[in-house]
Write a protein that binds this ligand. Sequence first.
Ligand code: 6PG
Length: 253
Amino acid sequence: MKPDIRIFKDLEKLSRHAANIFVEQAASAIAERDRFLVALNGGNTPTRLFQVLASDYRDKVNWNKTHIFWGDERCVPPDDPGSSYGQARESLLSHVPIPDSNVHRVDTSFPPSEAAKDYALTLKQFESPPFAFPGFDLVYLGMGEDGHTASLFPGSSVQVTESVIPVTANYQDRPANRVTMTQLVFNQAQTVVFMATGEKKAVTLAEVLSDRYNPELYPAQRIEPKNGELIWLVDEDAASKLPRSLITKFCEG
Ligand code: 6PG
C-alpha cells in the first residue's frame, strides 16, 4: 500500500499532528477493544510529541486503558540518557495518570539476548493469534540518517523469524547493546507513524520512499503494514528532496 506522506512546516506542528493521531487511535481502539496498545520510539524526534501528550493532550486520553511498549531499547539503566524508557518517563509518563502496570518496558538489567527473549514473553501476554505478539493499535518509528529504524540497522538480516531480537553487532563503531522488535511485529500494526525531521535525512528519505527497493540497505523499507496504514510525518527540511508527486498533503498542523 502507498504510504500517506504528510509534510509540516516544523517539528511543533508535526508533533501536534502526531499527538492527534495518538488521541484518535486511543479513542477508537478503546471503543472497539477496550484497550489501546501503542509502541513508542526513542531518539530526539518524539520528545516534543511526548511533551504535547503530557500537557495539552493529557486529558484527552484514557490512560487507564492505554498500554505503552517500546519498539526498541538500549540495554542501559533507565537513568542513562540513552534509555528510551527513561526519556518517555521524563517527558510523558511521569506527567499522566497511567498505571505502572500498563508500562511495559524492556528489562534492561539483562544483556540483549535475554532481554529480547524476556520482551518477547511480554508481547506474548498481549498476543493476537495466530501471532505470538499483539497487533499494535499504533506504532511510532523514527528513521536514522542511514535509513535505520527502531534498531534494525543497514546490513542486518531481512529474514527474521522472531518478534524481538538482540542487536549486538557493531553500530557506529561500538557493539549496539540493544533489543528491537522486528518488522514481523511492526507490519501487523493497525497504524505505523514514522516521524522524520531535518535536512540531514532528506537524501535518505527520498531513497527510502522511492520505488528502488533495497530493504537490506534501508531498513525503514522493511516496514510495510500488511493490513494497516503507514503514515510519514515529515518536516519541510527532511522532505526537501522528495518528488512532489509522492506527497499526500501539506499540513497546517
Ligand atoms: C532510537 C531509535 C532510532 C531512532 C532513529 C532516529 O534512537 O531510540 O532506535 O531508530 O528513532 O535513530 O533518531 P532521531 O529521532 O534522534 O533522529
